[in-house]
Design a protein around this ligand. Sequence first.
Ligand SMILES: Cc1ncc(COP(=O)(O)O)c(C=O)c1O
Length: 277
Amino acid sequence: MILVNGECKQHIEISDRGFQYGDGLFETIEVRNGQPVFLDRHLKRLNTGCRRLHIPCPDSEVITAEALDLCKDSSLAVLKLIVTRGSGGRGYRQPDLIQPTRVLSLHPYPDYPSSFVEQGIIARFCTTRLGLNPSLAGIKHMNRLEQILARAEWNDPAIQEGIMMDVNDHIIEGTMTNLFYVKNGSVYTASLSQSGIAGIMRSIIIEILSSNHIKTVEKPFKKNEFLSADEIFVSNSIIGLWPINQIENKHFSIGPLTRQIQFCLDRLKSGAEASLP
Ligand SMILES: Cc1ncc(COP(=O)(O)O)c(C=O)c1O
C-alpha cells in the first residue's frame, strides 16, 4: 500500500518537484513487529532536512499515525517516507506557497543472508567521488546520483558494499552505509560536514559507545590509515551493523568491539539497556 498525502494512491503529479529536480528528502525505516524502528529519530532527521531545504515539514503526528497504520500488519518490512516540495514554481524558483507532498510506502525487507552480520562482508573502493557541499552534507536529500554511479561500478555478487571517497581522497562512507574503524581500542568515523549522510544507525552506535565511555573520533582520514585498522564495520537502519572482513586483497578479523556493538544494538532493539558486555 502507498499513501500519498494520506490517500491510498499509486501516482504523484509529473509536476512534482521531487520528480522534476529531486527537490525533497527521504527516510528508509526498518519495520519490526508492526512498528517503525527508531521512528522518532527518522522524523527528527527529516525535520532537520526540511529546515535546511526550507520545505515546511509535514506534522510528525500525522506522519506517525500514517506510518503506524501502514505498518501494523508487517512483522518485518521496510517503510519508505518521502517528503518533496510539491508542485509549482517556475523552473528552479520555488512557489510562494509550498505544499509539500508526503509519500509513505511499505516494501519487503531485503533477504540478506545472516552471514553478513555474523561473518562480515567484502567491500571494494569506488572510483566515483563525492562532491563537497556543506549546505547539503548530512541530510538525506533525494539527489543520490553519486551513490547510483558508484553502485553501478560493480556487479560481482560477492561484494556487498563500495567505499566512497570525496574529491580530496578522504574516505566518507559506503554507497548505502556509514563507515567506522577501530584502531588500538579507539573508534573513528568520517566527519560529515562536507559530504555524506548522517545515518540514524551511525548516531545510535556513537551513543552506545559514548554511554560505555568510548569516544568516537569524527575526523577526515585517507586510505592508508583506514586500511591499517584493527576492525572495520558499516551501518545503516536496515542492515544494522555489518563487519567488513575483506577490502580488495586485505583481510580484517571481526574484532571484539564490533561484536560488542552488535550485541548492544540487538538489546536496544529488543528494548533492553545498551551497555557493552
Ligand atoms: C549514502 C548513505 N549513507 C549512509 C546511510 C545510513 O543511514 P541510516 O543509518 O540513517 O540508514 C545510508 C542509508 O541509506 C546511505 O544511503
